[in-house]
Design a protein around this ligand. Structure first.
Ligand SMILES: NC(=O)c1ccc[n+]([C@@H]2O[C@H](COP(=O)([O-])OP(=O)(O)OC[C@H]3O[C@@H](n4cnc5c(N)ncnc54)[C@H](OP(=O)(O)O)[C@@H]3O)[C@@H](O)[C@H]2O)c1
Ligand SMILES: [Zn+2]
Length: 337
C-alpha cells in the first residue's frame, strides 16, 4: 500500500509517498481500507516539528487522525464491525483505567493521546473506536468530522451556547472555525467570524455567520467586536493575543473556551478583569466518542453538512499541507489514499 510519510520536520517538502506493507489486525483491532483522511493543523504542527507528540525518532511518520472507509479485516474477538462495513474512526486513544475513563468524560483521560496513521491505503485501528456509518453518510463527509467538528461541538457545549447568544469566533474559516460557525447557526445563536480574506468572509456569510470582520489584528478586532456587542461566548482556537482580546470583549459572566494556539502559546490576562467581571476561561481538547456519534447522526438526518474545501490524491498530500500553511483553506481539506 502507499502512504504519505513525513520524512523530516521542515514542511510540505518533507512529505514523501512510499510503499509499506498492509498491516495485520491483532486481537481487538480492525484494518480499514482508508477511503478518505482529513487533515488538520495538528498534522501540520507535526510536519513543522512543532508537536510534543512526535519526536525525530518516529520518522518516517505517517500522520492523519480522521479516517473513514471500509473494514478490510478484523482481528480475534472483534464483533462490533465486520469486513465491508463503512466506518469512521474516533481518533481518541484512552487508557480505559483512570478515573476519567471510568467516570467520563473520556477526553480527560490521564493518558489521553490520538491515533495517527490515516494518510495510508490501509490503517490498523482499535475496533472499539469505529462507528458504523448509516447508508446515506458518505465516507468523504464522515472523515471531515472527527477532529474539527468533535472539538467544536465540545467547545460549544462547554461554552453553554444557546439560542439568541452572540458568539465570537476569531479565525472562523478553518476546520474548527467553520465547524463552530455551523453549530452556532444550527442552534439559533448569532456569530461574529473573522478572516484576512474577503472571499472567505463571503463564504462564512453563506454558512450562517451574522457579522464578519476582515482582519487578523487583535487590536482592530477588539474595537470592531465591541461595536457589534459583547459576546456571550468566545470560541478561541487561536490562543496567543486572541486570548486577552477575547477576554476584553466578552460580556460579564461570559465564557471563553480555548482549544488551540495557532497564534501563540502565551497570553497575558488581566486578573482583576477576570474576577470582577466573573468571566470564565475554559480549556477544551477534542470531544468524546458519543459526541462523534451525535455528529454522525446530524449528518445522517441532513442537519449538518461538513464543509470540504478541497480533495487531494495521496500523491498530492504535500500540496494539501502547502495550502493549509498558506491559509488557502475554507473548512476541511481531505486526502484520498
Ligand atoms: N485541543 C484540541 O483538541 C484541538 C482540536 C482541533 C484543533 N485544535 C487547534 O485549533 C487550531 C485550529 O485548528 P484547525 O485544524 O481548524 O486549523 P486551520 O484549519 O488551519 O485554521 C485556519 C484558521 O485559522 C486562521 N489563522 C491561521 N493562522 C493564523 C494566525 N497566525 N493568526 C490568526 N489567525 C490565523 C485562519 O485565518 P484566515 O482566514 O485569515 O486565513 C483560518 O481562519 C489549531 O491550533 C489546532 O491545533 C485543537
Ligand atoms: Zn484514562
Amino acid at each position: 500500500m502507499k502512504v504519505a510519510a513525513f520524512t523530516g520536520f521542515g514542511g510540505p517538502e518533507d512529505v514523501t509517498v512510499r510503499e509499506m506493507n498492509v498491516p495485520e489486525p491483532a486481537e481487538g483491532e480492525a484494518v480499514i481500507d482508508v477511503h478518505t483522511c482529513a487533515i488538520n493543523r495538528h498534522d501540520l504542527w507535526i510536519l513543522e516539528g512543532d508537536s510534543a507528540m512526535v519526536s525525530s525518532e518516529a520518522l518516517p511518520f505517517v500522520s492523519g487522525l480522521d479516517i473513514a472507509g471500509a473494514v478490510a479485516d478484523v482481528g480475534d474477538g472483534v464483533e462490533s464491525v465486520s469486513a465491508g462495513d463503512h466506518v469512521v474512526l474516533c481518533p481518541n486513544q484512552t487508557c480505559g483505567a483512570c478515573r476519567f475513563c471510568r467516570e467520563g468524560p473520556e477526553n480527560l483521560c490521564e493518558r489521553f493521546s490520538l491515533f495517527h496513521g490515516g494518510l495510508a491505503g490501509h490503517a490498523v485501528v482499535d475496533a472499539d473506536r469505529l462507528l458504523t456509518l448509516p447508508d446515506n453518510v458518505e465516507t468523504t463527509a464522515a472523515a471531515a468530522i472527527p477532529t474539527a467538528y468533535m472539538t467544536a461541538l465540545h467547545m460549544f457545549r462547554r461554552a453553554k451556547v444557546g439560542p439568541g447568544d452572540l458568539v465570537f469566533i476569531p479565525g472562523a474559516t478553518g476546520g474548527v472555525g467553520v465547524a463552530a460557525t455551523q453549530l452556532v447557526d444550527a442552534v439559533g445563536a448569532r456569530s461574529i467570524g473573522t478572516s484576512t480574506s474577503a472571499a472567505k468572509l463571503d463564504r462564512l456569510s453563506e454558512i450562517g455567520t451574522d457579522f464578519t470582520i476582515e482582519t487578523d489584528d487583535p487590536e482592530t478586532l477588539r474595537d470592531a467586536v465591541t461595536d457589534i456587542g459583547a459576546p456571550d461566548a468566545v470560541l478561541n482556537h487561536l490562543g496567543g493575543e486572541y486570548t486577552e482580546m477575547g477576554l476584553d470583549v466578552l460580556r460579564r459572566g461570559g465564557r471563553m473556551v480555548i482549544c488551540g494556539r495557532t497564534a501563540g502559546r502565551r497570553s497575558e490576562i488581566d486578573v482583576p478583569q477576570l474576577f470582577l467581571d466573573h468571566k470564565h476561561v475554559i480549556g477544551s481538547t477534542m470531544g468524546t466518542q458519543t459526541d462523534l456519534q451525535t455528529l454522525v447522526q446530524l449528518l445522517a438526518d441532513g442537519t449538518l453538512e461538513p464543509v470540504i474545501d478541497d480533495e487531494y490524491d495521496l500523491s498530492d498530500t504535500d500540496q494539501a499541507f502547502a495550502d493549509m500553511q498558506n491559509r488557502d483553506i475554507f473548512g476541511k481539506l481531505v486526502v484520498h489514499p
